[in-house]
Structures are given as C-alpha cells and as structure tokens.
Design a protein around this ligand. Structure first.
Ligand code: ATP
Ligand code: MG
Length: 478
C-alpha cells in the first residue's frame, strides 16, 4: 500500500520542479540560519531490529524500494527517512517517501537515468517515476570543517552542500519522530534521538534546545501543531512552552512558505484539530491577526462556531475524497476579519456596497503580508464574500444571474454555513436551495407570480408576506 488516494488528494502540495515541495523543505527553507551545534544533542544509536517493529516492505512504495535497493547494490547506505518512517510505524499511509543516503547527488544521478538534480543552495536528487517522485537527500552536516561546498554571498548562505554522517543528518531534523531511518540493508529502524520511544508515546519532541530550534526556523512551531493534529500526538511540555512566547517570530517567515503550511494545516483532513491547536498555543494571532482579534471581540462565539463548523465540513470532504478549495478555506478563515472591517466602515457611514469592496480589499491586503495568498485564490475568496449580499434578491433577472454565476455554488455553501453564526438568513438558504432544484420555467413562473402578488416567492407553494429586505453581506450578530 502506498497511499495512492492520499497522494492524489494532496495534489495541491505536490513537489514543485524547483524542489520547493514538501520533502526536505528545510534544506532550502528561506533564510534558516545555520544550526548552532551547541543546541544539538549527542546522537546515540538505538537499532530496532525487523522482528521488533511493524514496518513491512509491502507498505513501502515500490518505487522507493527500487531506489533503496539500487543505492544499496552500488555500495551506498540507503534509508527511508522522515515522515514516511513515522507514519508507517503508526500504521498510516505516507503521502511521500524520502530517502537519505551517503551517496552525493552526482553519484545518485549516475545510478538513475530518471534522476534530476534540483536546487542550488541545497542540492537534492529527484528520481522520477511518472507522477511519483522519490526525493533522495545526501546526509547533511551541521558544521563546516572547510571540506564541504558552502558559499556565503552578502551574509546569506547561497550554497550549503556540506555533507556529513547519518548522525549529523539525524540531529539536524526537527522532531525526534521525524528522525528515524529504515535501513534497507537489514530492515532495522535506526534511532539516534529517542524518536522510537516518542512515537510509541505519541509525543512531539524537538531535537535539541527548543527555543534555539524555533529561532532557527519559526515554521517549526507550526509543524509542531500540524503534526500533533495530524497524528493525534501531544506536544511535549518543553517543546510546547516557548511557542506562545516566540509566536511573533512567524512574521519573519517567508509568506509563500506560510501559505504552503496553511494548506497542509487545513486541507489535510485535520483542520479542526489544527485550528484548536493554533489557538491553544497562541499561534492564531501570529498567522491571522485580524481574524484572531475579530474572534476575541465576538462575545457570543457565533463566528468561532461558524469557523469550526466550516472546518469540520472541510475535514469531512477530505475524508470522502472530495475536492476542497483554498479559496473557500480562506473565505471561511478570514470571514471574521471581513465582518469586523465591514462593520467598522459602515459605522463610519460608508455606503454598504463600497464598504463591502473596501473591507474585502483591506483584509486581503493586510493578510497577504503574512501569508502569500495567491490572486487565483484571493479573488474567488472575495467573490464568495461579495456575493453574500445578493442572496436577498427575489427579482427574476437577478435570481437567474446569480444562479448562473460561476461562484454561485461556493457562495451558497458559504451562506448555508453562516447559519451556524446566525439564523437571520435561514429563509434565504431555503429559497436558494429550492431555486437550485426547481426547473427554470417553474422558478420563473413562481417569481413572476410572487412579484405580481407582492408576496415572497415560495417555491413549495405557500405564499408569505414580503418583508422589506436590506442588502447586506454580514448581519450585525456576525
Ligand atoms: P508530512 O506528513 O506533512 O509530509 P513530514 O515530517 O514528512 O510530514 P516534510 O515537510 O515532508 O514533513 O519533511 C520531511 C522531513 O524533513 C521531516 O520528517 C523532517 O525530518 C525534515 N524536516 C522538514 N522540515 C524541517 C524543518 N523545518 N526543520 C528540520 N527538519 C525538517
Ligand atoms: Mg513528508
């Protein structure tokens, strides 16, 4: 089993040709300062033999096995490493398989015709089998003794190809559960940091001094919360303790990288747990300051209920292998910020339509400074918001125009979700639900009839008195 459906579902996270994919992202992560060797523990090997662990070759991708065997036959050390080993120990299906070796990238290239080398700062080998890429990384060292290939330009590391031993490689990784190596030579699991015990205890523990490791790369704080949510792990107290204090460091992380992390946090089937984890560890405000502030000021908790309901819906869709969209996700996560901005602008007397547009632009503009939300997602996100006020119409032409809008379905689903925060638009949800189900002719006839009688169109036949409708995007209770 190689988790094919998981791989398909995770297609928005797939590895990019420039190597900026999910694999050894820290090797090319933007601006990680070199590791302080003092902060890292001494590795101590514990080898868990095949008959004492549950990892079986039948659960490993055949292509990853091919790579491991070929490296081994050529006389190199070859190990499955990182998330794949951890997931296999837990009986889960890894979404990608990474290999670590003592062969240099050039040596790997010579062994595989289907291999391309990527990255300048961190050279990696990608062995390509159709849609599956096996990432092969050479063991890295922490310190440069002058023998490696490291180059600094204007104070930034532009090339960092200093190779090392498996022990060096293990202690450079983030969490102990991510630093386990499955050796193809004897099928043992090699553990240098106590990760095996931590996996059994279902615990996230940083390798080395937590504060130093977070300062090196603040995204590790998000990885702690994300992996704990994904795996159902607890975060070891010394690993959790610095997070609220250091949350502000996330503002220095590359916005593009934070966007990738957001997708992994919220579109991998554990969005509710991720959201609650971010809240609990004080990270929500660092990622989405305006949403966090809006949730705090919404005393009734209605907006939070709506966000959690939407995230639970996302998780259900992922579990059913249905598509999930980043635009809808961000529309949901930033809706509290949008409602708050809109209320502020309207309080200043701005006409409603202008206030809606301004609020949408302002929230987007502020948010992209932290999380690089690409336009292809932020524009449909804004459309979902701006369409909300159009659901109150019953005018025949407008009703049909809205039904034909490319973003209608997403906007309607969003409207239905808003019921979790306020039932003031329950009648609209009902009207549009029926409008989608009735034929065009029946809908037109019923709208015409109700316009003539001054009653609301009620598609199941019972007339209602028309209420005066205000065009509005978000209700006061939201
Ligand atoms: P996922 O299930 O999300 O793929 P993962 O642990 O495999 O989780 P990847 O981003 O695929 O995460 O990274 C692969 C491996 O690279 C990790 O298991 C870890 O050993 C190492 N790694 C990734 N990011 C970092 C980081 N920021 N700092 C140190 N090591 C990292
Ligand atoms: Mg991975």
């Amino acid at each position: 089993m190689c988790g094919c459906s998981q791989r398909r579902r995770a297609s928005i996270f797939t590895r990019q040709p420039d190597g900026n994919g999910p694999g050894e992202i820290f090797f090319q992560a933007h601006g990680i300062t070199p590791i302080d060797p003092q902060a890292l523990p001494q590795p101590v090997l514990r080898s868990v033999p095949r008959d004492q662990h549950p990892i079986s070759r039948k659960d490993i991708s055949p292509n990853a096995l091919r790579v491991l065997y070929r490296l081994r036959e050529a006389g190199f050390g070859a190990y499955l490493v990182g998330g794949a080993v951890r997931d296999l120990l837990l009986g889960m299906h890894p979404k990608d398989f990474d290999v670590a070796t003592d062969a240099t990238p050039e040596q790997v290239k010579q062994l595989f015709r289907n291999c391309r080398l990527i990255g300048r700062r961190f050279r990696l080998a990608h062995v390509v089998y159709g849609r599956e890429i096996i990432e092969v990384a050479t063991f890295r060292a922490n310190v440069d003794d002058g023998s490696g290939d490291r180059e600094v330009e204007d104070g930034r590391l532009v090339r960092d190809n200093v190779y090392g031993t498996i022990e060096d490689d293990a202690v450079r990784r983030d969490f102990t559960c991510n630093a386990l190596y499955y050796a193809i030579e004897d099928f043992s699991v090699r553990d240098y940091t106590g990760g095996y015990e931590d996996v059994l205890a279902r615990k996230m523990r940083l390798i080395g001094d937590p504060e130093t490791r977070y300062r090196e790369d603040p995204v590790r704080m998000l990885r702690a919360v994300r992996l704990a949510a994904k795996l159902g792990f607890s975060i070891d107290p010394p690993t959790a303790e610095p997070i609220p204090r250091l949350a502000g460091l996330l503002a220095e992380a590359a916005p593009a990288r934070l966007f990738e992390e957001m997708l992994k946090l919220f579109l991998s089937g554990h969005a509710v747990a991720s959201f609650e984890g971010l809240e609990r560890h004080g990270l929500l405000g660092a990622l989405m300051p305006e949403t966090a502030a809006a949730l705090r000021s919404n005393r009734s908790g209605a907006l939070r209920r709506m966000v959690l309901k939407g995230l639970a819906g996302t998780d259900a869709r992922v579990a059913a292998d249905e598509p999930v969209s980043p635009a809808f996700l961000f529309a949901l996560l930033l809706w509290p910020a949008y409602c708050r901005a809109l209320a502020g602008l309207q309080a200043q007397g701005m006409p409603v339509e202008e206030a809606q547009r301004r609020a949408a632009d302002r929230v987007t503009l502020h948010q992209v400074q932290t999380i690089a939300l690409p336009k292809r997602f932020s524009l449909p996100m804004q459309e979902i918001w701006l369409l909300q006020s159009r659901f109150s119409t019953r005018q025949r032409k407008r009703v049909f125009r809205l039904l034909a809008h490319p973003r209608f379905r997403a906007a309607y689903d969003f409207l239905a979700l808003r019921l979790a925060a306020s039932d003031s638009h329950a009648a609209d949800v009902e009207f549009w639900r029926e409008a989608q189900q009735s034929s065009g002719d029946a809908l037109a006839a019923s709208l015409d009839a109700s316009a003539a009688s001054g009653e609301d169109a009620d598609l199941d036949g019972a007339p209602r008195r028309r209420r005066r409708r205000r065009r509005r995007g978000a209700t006061a209770s939201e």
